[in-house]
Design a protein around this ligand. Sequence first.
Ligand code: PXG
Length: 291
Amino acid sequence: MADQTIYLDGKFVSPQDARISVFDHAVLYGDGVFEGIRVYDGNVFRLEQHLERLWDSAHAIMLDVPGTRQEMVEAVCETCRRNGMTNGYIRLVVTRGVGDLGLSPNLCSKPTVFIIAAGVRLYPQECYDNGLPLITAPTRRIQPDAFSPRIKSLNYLNNIVAKINAINGNVLEALLLNQNGFVVEATGDNVFLVKKGELVTPPTWLGPLKGITRDAVIDIARDEGIPVREEPFTLYEVYTADEAFLTGTAAEVIAVTSVDGRTIGDGKPGAVTRRLLAEFRRIVTEQGVKL
Ligand code: PXG
């Protein structure tokens, strides 16, 4: 990669100059939205879907993303080009902007937009080879009637606390349940089960993020003739699944081989999971926006 350059409010600046105010409501309140996007061989994977989700998240919190979606496509691609990045990860953030010490966003005159192009932090290869052990987080996912967890907001403490519990339990990820005991998602990934040749994943109304990888895997499964059901399930269905896997922009498709000490299936990444990962890795250079 060339020397790193960061997009900040329409300009390209060095990492040292890429600063935001302590009065930005992103810092004071986590008030803002973001996306994490992958670039594969010069193809920004499903960029339009990421921007649709960004605009939806912003709309739900009454934040106007500056400019048009086409201008944002251009800003994202230009950031990759200027960084010489054809494979990597993009973080796109829109904050409420600079305000005062009150909650009210009315005094924030304009949103702050920044885009960082960086390397990807993948799970170690051995996790793809052997699958991940997970635990269930002792804390619950935020309920949709408190604040929709479908909004990809800058307030990730619900997820971060669950991640801390995972790390304290010597695993890398945790499953989050809702108050009724239904599995919602992991801290930064969606969750799927395979049972008797069918895929099952929690429906979006239950609160998981409408993951771009989740959508891509559902499309692949349907193309491959694998039935997909979006249905609530509990830990019992997880423990007794034939296979389980997580999906996310960073993780792609990764097998889960145990949860709370229960072995899933035969304890190895399953055939359906491996097939979906192979097909996912094939389409990532085909669907999206070329640099
Ligand atoms: N659920 C949650 C809560 C997420 O934050 C996903 C699911 C997967 O969605 P995509 O669109 O990526 O398939 C996410 C997104 C990280 C990291 O560092 C991961 C996400 C966001 C921010 C950071 O692992 N995952």
